[in-house]
Design a protein around this ligand. Structure first.
Ligand code: RIB
Ligand code: CA
Length: 310
């Protein structure tokens, strides 16, 4: 039976690639897309998500509007990274569908009660919607099968501050709630996603994909590559979110390690820093499984092969 997934997302260029990957994967039953603030405003992310479901062959999947701002801190967006519209240079036709009449929070709550112990939440943006959902209905915590979060950093450099990763930086209080909830929680940090650098050579390998798919990937990632080059002196672009999606289907792509993870909520210089207790000094039970190694070539081959299925 296909894995029932709720995708919580802030599309966003790499979010868009994750949506394409989910659409290309028969192993996944995408029950809903819930949209959050993050790479751009929630309304721009929502407009992008509504268009992307058509491109991914997911027309009809409910798309619900979520939080427009974090729980505590002020809104952060990353339009220098993803462009003013959120999808770089890519343009998409108008969406066929419309936004759900249910909120993101109610969509999560209702689906979890409809499918107890079957739902995986794949969170590839700030965790605001998830935190709000478990605050509104704490009973869903025990009914959610698994939560996978693209976010955080263990030993690698931060991409938002020297220590903090963007999704966590956008709403550290929300991530702290997720960390403390007691989920079967997998974290996909920058330590592995920044090894997955999608380059022009990978774009050239998309020849088996439909022209509209290849064109979207080329136009969106060209903007993303320009950002990585200018701001981080990186050749290519880190496709963070598709890796988090891929491990639902191909857990063999990464090595997971059990860690007790915390997130800094107060530090003047280290706010939103995620830390793991490597030597178990705190003697606390591990609250996360963290992806610490990745088979980059196998992941890139998998992603490119799946794009040809759309
Ligand atoms: O730090 C990378 C993460 O932040 C990705 O999910 C990207 O889309 C942005 O949301
Ligand atoms: Ca994202």
């Amino acid at each position: 039976m296909a894995m029932r997934v709720i995708l919580d997302t802030d599309p966003g260029i790499d979010d868009a690639l994750a949506i394409l990957l989910l659409g290309a994967s028969h192993e996944i039953s995408l029950e809903a897309i819930t949209v959050t603030h993050g790479n751009t405003t929630v309304d721009k992310c929502l407009a992008n998500a509504l268009r992307l479901v058509d491109l991914a062959g997911l027309t009809g999947v409910p798309v619900a509007r979520g939080a427009s701002s974090p729980l505590v801190k002020s809104l952060t967006v990353a339009e220098e990274t993803h462009g003013d519209g959120g999808l770089g240079y890519a343009l998409l036709p108008d969406a066929r569908g419309t936004v759900s009449d249910k909120s993101a929070v109610d969509t999560i709550i209702e689906l979890v009660h409809q499918y107890p112990h079957e739902i995986t939440i794949l969170a590839i943006g700030p965790c605001t919607n998830i935190a709000l959902a478990i605050h509104k209905d704490p009973t869903i915590i025990a009914l959610i099968d698994r939560v996978v979060v693209m976010g955080g950093v263990v030993h690698a450099p931060g991409n938002m501050t020297p220590d903090a990763e963007f999704n966590i930086f956008c709403d550290p209080e929300a991530f702290d709630i997720v960390l403390r909830a007691g989920f079967d929680l997998t974290i996909v940090p920058l330590d592995v996603t920044y090894q997955c650098l999608f380059t022009k050579a990978h774009v050239a390998r998309l020849s088996s994909a439909k022209p509209e798919i290849a064109q979207f990937i080329e136009d969106s990632t060209r903007f993303y590559m320009e950002f990585h080059d200018e701001y981080q002196d990186i050749d290519g672009c880190a496709i963070n979110d598709p890796l988090a999606a891929a491990i639902l289907i191909r857990p063999d792509l990464v090595t997971l390690r059990d860690y007790y993870m915390t997130v800094e909520l107060k530090g003047e210089f280290t706010k939103a820093k995620t830390s793991v207790d490597h030597y178990k000094i705190l003697k606390k039970k591990a609250n996360t499984k963290v992806a610490m190694e990745v088979d980059v070539d196998a992941f890139m081959d998998f992603f490119i092969e799946r794009m040809a299925r759309l």
